[in-house]
Ligand binder design. Structure first.
Ligand code: DQA
Length: 144
């Protein structure tokens, strides 16, 4: 199984940004850990990140015929990007939305996800472990 993790704006600053919310582990370390975990799960994993909406859309388009599942943390685009929602709908690859923080326990504007409706589910509040849960969810989903 081939999975693509797509991270959106400011996720590259994990370990530096608001560590009381997002944790102290830096982005590189989280990626390394996810690559390790993917081997255990027999998943072929690629991880990409962009701070630019159009690039995220291009990553989603590029997944056609290449990946069996997408894990996406669209960062703040979650809350307003109809274009990312449309791209996820267009490619029809099972996608799981992940947020490190519990968006429902924060500011009201974070409680609404525009993009989750184009995904098979959403995982939030478990830090980087959410990406591992999402890998399990995609494996389970494809075995149904
Ligand atoms: C986030 C939650 C978003 O509201 C925020 O804009 C982010 C990170 C998360 O992983 O918790 O950048 O997606």
């Amino acid at each position: 199984m081939k999975i693509l993790i797509i991270n959106g704006p400011n996720i590259n600053l994990l370990g530096l940004r608001e560590t009381h919310i997002y944790g102290k582990m830096d982005y590189g370390k989280i990626c390394a850990l996810l690559h390790e975990k993917s081997k255990e799960l027999d998943v072929s994993l690629d991880i990409v990140q962009s701070n630019i909406e159009g690039e995220i859309i291009n990553f989603i388009h590029g997944a056609i015929g290449e990946y069996d599942g997408i894990i996406i943390n669209p960062g703040a685009y979650t809350h307003y990007s109809i274009a990312i929602y449309d791209a996820l709908k267009a490619v029809q690859i099972p996608a799981v939305e992940v947020h490190l923080s519990n968006v429902h326990a924060r500011e009201d504007f974070r409680k609404k996800s525009v993009t989750a409706g184009a995904c098979i589910g959403q995982i939030c509040g478990f830090g980087f472990y959410g990406y591992i849960l999402a890998m399990h969810a995609l494996i389970h989903h494809t075995k149904r």
